[in-house]
Design a protein around this ligand. Structure first.
Ligand SMILES: [Fe+2]
Ligand SMILES: [Fe+2]
Length: 311
């Protein structure tokens, strides 16, 4: 199906998101669903990202104050070389390395050619690459809303907090290396290093607060016999949530600054592989951060407030 136009203002509220999702699923790669709305449909962006993954572009054709029109375009999956596969996703690069597939000097070959050279089953390798991608991204069928808050909190820690912690050393060192080696010729790489280090520092402090204070309290709310009138360090779960949300805003702003500095993660012409890897890792990191914050701001936190109010 080619481009689809949906006037969301004439749809029943309960039909709005399902209609848009159906249309998005039906359009062919490279085509778009254009939605016309009377308010900013940003929550849809996060829902689509959570349920379909990073497979679309989101462009405002009209951005208020009365009319919002957004083009949601489904990305095309081109047949990529192994160099492209590796440079776009560090997890896939690590898997290729483990399989002994050379994606640096031999990076211009297709995956099929590389597998034949190594005597590997290409279907199996494709499957493993998909599994590597799922390691830190939400699968399309995960129904986060149906989970208990304790399970969701554990999921966020095990998937997203672990990803941030595992990425911290690599991103810290890679941005440092790139700034040291190429910063004199391209000072923007020094700014990128500084912003990246600031983001990593702030996020790691933030994760500790969630893991040590907020998430244990949210789990307590679900414990039978919990008495909210007993002292727990704060009057209401709303206080730490507000603090976490303002820290999310600050982290999101830093990630956007990095996105701007890297020109939407567009690797500069003639730059070395380290710069390419840094840009792709930063893009991957921002994508993970968006999903991470989406799960907290839009699901875990509102449900925790609702549960506390009921007790
Ligand atoms: Fe978190
Ligand atoms: Fe958070």
């Amino acid at each position: 199906m080619n481009n689809v136009f949906i006037d969301v203002t004439v749809l029943e509220p309960r039909m709005k998101h399902p209609t848009i999702f159906d249309a998005f699923d039906s359009v062919a790669e490279g085509y778009a669903v254009v939605i016309h709305n009377d308010h900013d449909p940003k929550p849809l962006y996060y829902q689509l990202l959570g349920e379909r993954g990073n497979c679309f572009s989101w462009t405002y054709l009209s951005n208020g104050p009365e009319i919002w029109e957004v083009e949601i375009k489904k990305n095309e999956k081109n047949s990529e070389t192994i160099g492209e596969i590796a440079s776009k996703d560090m997890r896939k690069a690590q898997l290729l390395k483990k399989l002994g597939i050379d994606f640096c000097c031999g990076g211009k070959r297709s995956l099929e050619e590389a597998c034949i050279d190594k005597g590997l089953d290409v279907h199996r390798v494709k499957e493993e690459l998909q599994n590597a991608e799922r390691a830190t991204q939400a699968g399309p069928n995960l129904d986060f809303n149906s989970w208990t808050l304790s399970f969701l909190a554990d999921y966020i820690i095990n998937v997203h907090h672990t990803y941030v912690k595992e990425s911290t050393q690599l991103l810290g060192e890679l941005s440092e290396k790139v700034a040291t080696h190429h910063g004199q010729n391209n000072p923007i790489l020094v700014d990128i290093r500084n912003k990246t280090h600031e983001l990593l520092r702030e996020l790691n402090t933030h994760l500790k607060k969630e893991e040590q204070i907020l998430f244990p309290y949210i789990k307590l709310l679900e414990t039978p016999g919990f008495d909210k009138n007993k002292p727990h360090g704060f009057d209401s779960v709303k206080s730490p949530i507000w603090m976490m949300e303002s820290e999310h805003d600050a982290a999101g702003a830093l990630a956007r600054e990095i996105r701007t500095l890297t020109n939407d993660y567009t690797r500069p012409a003639n730059s070395c592989n380290s710069v390419g890897l840094l840009y792709h890792k930063l893009e991957e990191f921002e994508n993970d951060l968006i999903q991470h914050i989406h799960l907290e701001n839009n699901i875990l936190f509102p449900k925790a407030i609702e549960l506390e109010n009921k007790l």
